[in-house]
Design a protein around this ligand. Sequence first.
Ligand code: SAH
Ligand code: SF4
Length: 421
Amino acid sequence: MNLADSSTLASTLTTRGYRRVAEEAEADLIILNTCSVREKAEDRVYGRLGEIYKFKKRKPHLKVAVVGCMAQRLGPELSQRVPHVDYVLGTDRVFELPDVLEGLEGTSPIMTAFGHENMDLIEPIKETPYSGFITISRGCDNYCTYCIVPFVRGREREHSDDYIVDAAKKMADEGVVELTLLGQNVNSYKYNDTDFPGLLRRVARETGIRRIRYMTSHPKDLSKRLVEVMAEEPKLMPHIHLPLQSGANRILNRMGRIYTIEHYLKIIDYIRSKLEYVSITTDLIVGFPSETEEEFELTLEAVRRIGYDSAFMFRYSVRPGTTAARYADDVPEEDKIRRLNRLIELQQSIAYERNQREVGQVRESLVEGYSRRSKEHMRARTDGNKTILFPAGDVAAGTVLPIRVTSADAFTLHGEVAGVH
Ligand code: SAH
Ligand code: SF4
């Protein structure tokens, strides 16, 4: 979502006559769009601000803006802590940066009040000429006890289905092949009578977009109908990112996640019974307050049983102001690290095994360009959202090709183009 917001902000600035430069050293304005979800993300922003200070010393007219979640969370405290920050704009005010830069009436260098967001300012954005994002809802109403997002991004609010369908049509006309619909919990999307499966169906049937993805699903709101729509609409890519967080019911309950592991497993079984091919990915947290070794083992057991294609795995990080911040952060750091390493090791072996199952299959893949390592290979994204490398040929980025998987490791598939397209 931050990537999408950054691109939207960049395009807003370009429309107002600003020009993007390749190097920080050339810039007259540096913007950091920030994340607060874990302490480490905020530490990195302080690190970056330290580096930027060098530029500012050499070039006093350089302006520095910190926008997004960390700006929202800290407000004026941020510019007190880091005096060379000129602008601090919270999550509802990000897209007003051009107005602030021009000193328009009613703006000020530090703005974090909620309720000022103009959803119309949030232009859908093309990440590349052939792929795009549309934020369907902003904010979150879930209050998972560890999570800062509802505090820094505010209550959930939705774009209308008509707005989203029109934006998708416009993107398709401009050549976008793959579209990702974004929200903290897309499954709770509701605009008048349109729910999320209804929205997906409209985008699939009424627009020329060929490949549709979405992020993120909350297990408590994922409906059977969503899975059925995915099974019925070939344009919906067979990938579901379904954060589990923990395999222990006591921890899930304390996290405020509302579902049990048994319910989650039922959803997984249902998905796999309806979709012939699907890749399933997740987010997991280890070392949540009071998590015992046995409860951590339950997470390992769930991960083994479910067989994720990949996972984002995190050590619990205290976020001030959240409910969990009132619990004792009592899992020692070395235990958190050990648990995380064990989990990563297990997940890697599972990802390897899952990827081996793809060998021999043909997967419709969207070419993204050359491999990062060499021009001998090109990189594409499979329908299941995996990276696949294949020998470079005369194909342009943005082409969709059937690629036969010939080998795989835990992170990447390798293959060759299957037949002429
Ligand atoms: N809205 C999405 C993503 C939220 S943030 C969802 O509900 O799934 C992305 C991930 O960061 C979360 O799924 C969680 O695994 C992790 N995360 C959030 N807060 C965290 C914290 N305080 N410590 C460690 N990981 C956290
Ligand atoms: Fe955070 Fe939970 Fe909302 Fe996701 S659903 S953003 S984890 S509060």
